[in-house]
Write a protein of this length. Structure first.
Length: 291
């Protein structure tokens, strides 16, 4: 069993990005610029955005943060999106999700110019991804692809089972693993809460990608010997032994499943670290596309 070390993959890719950023600055006097709009003061969203801003600084990119009150109207938020769309210095930006319930998330996502949509959620980018055309890939699936690639995991002809059909992870992941490319060329089964015989389906997986948000749902009897297991789950579970009062658990019962795997990603320390890295990489790609 080998661990899929997201921290190592992230560090390698960030070094590559930092080198390219330096080259862009020296050759074109261009520094890639990422912005984020943060609505309200949700603790998790605040943590994610701050991590993105710090990573920008680490690789030599510029970053901007626009803070809006939780009560902000949809109209005002869309005006802020338009300002960023029109800003020629800005290469990419995100609107941190989730948004307050009075705001239509899809309307906001559609308002972002596809060429600045480094989250990869705009319908234009999703459509291009389906057609295997150049596009921004959603950050978490993009991160998983990069982990698979860095570890040279064979995917062609393999049976990949994805648990979870969210538009952020599960659905795009199933499309990416089926595309005629590497990583890809898998036979893909996309499963979800209504799937019958889920245990039996998982047992047939050469590659199992779990993104459902149910801590320790996948147990050893659901995984076949030698499978590659990629755990996208991150759920806070009460734990009085921790200073924080909680532990982060993945969707896979790691201690039980790991001995059966050829590769497995830990939580924390696996896919989560790659999400921010992929967003930064998308921003670099956006900057290079304008040169």
């Amino acid at each position: 069993m080998k661990l899929l070390d997201g921290k190592w993959v992230s560090s390698v890719i960030l070094e590559e990005i930092a080198l390219e950023v330096s080259e862009l600055k020296n050759k074109y006097n261009k520094i890639p610029h990422l912005a984020a709009i943060l609505v309200g003061n949700d603790g998790a969203s605040e943590t994610y955005v701050n991590s993105k801003m710090r990573t920008c600084e680490k690789v030599g990119m510029k970053s901007s943060l626009i803070r809006l009150e939780a009560e902000v109207s949809e109209k005002i938020l869309l005006q802020e999106v338009d300002k960023l769309n029109q800003n020629p210095d800005l290469d990419g930006f995100i609107v941190q999700l989730p948004l307050p319930k009075h705001i239509d998330e899809q309307k906001v996502i559609r308002a972002i110019l596809p060429e600045k949509d480094v989250d990869g959620f705009h319908p234009d980018n999703i459509g291009k991804m389906v057609l295997n055309m150049p596009s921004f890939i959603p950050a978490t699936p993009f991160g998983i692809l990069q982990i698979i690639e860095k570890y040279n995991i064979e995917t062609s002809g393999k049976h990949c089972v994805v648990i979870g059909r969210s538009h952020i992870v599960g659905l795009p992941m199933s499309i990416l693993m089926a595309r005629n490319t590497y990583p890809g060329n898998c036979t893909v089964t996309l499963t979800h809460s209504k799937t019958k015989n889920l245990k039996e389906v998982c047992q047939s997986a050469d590659i199992l990608i779990v993104a459902m948000g149910k801590p320790e749902f996948v147990t050893a009897d659901m995984v076949k010997e030698g499978a590659v297991v990629i755990d996208v789950g991150t759920t806070r579970v009460p734990d009085i032994s921790k200073k924080s009062g909680y532990a982060i658990k993945g969707d896979v019962k790691f201690d039980e499943v790991a001995p059966k795997c050829s590769y497995i990603s830990p939580v924390p320390g696996g896919v989560g670290l790659m999400t921010v890295t992929s967003l930064i990489k998308n921003t670099l790609l956006a900057a290079k596309s304008k040169l």
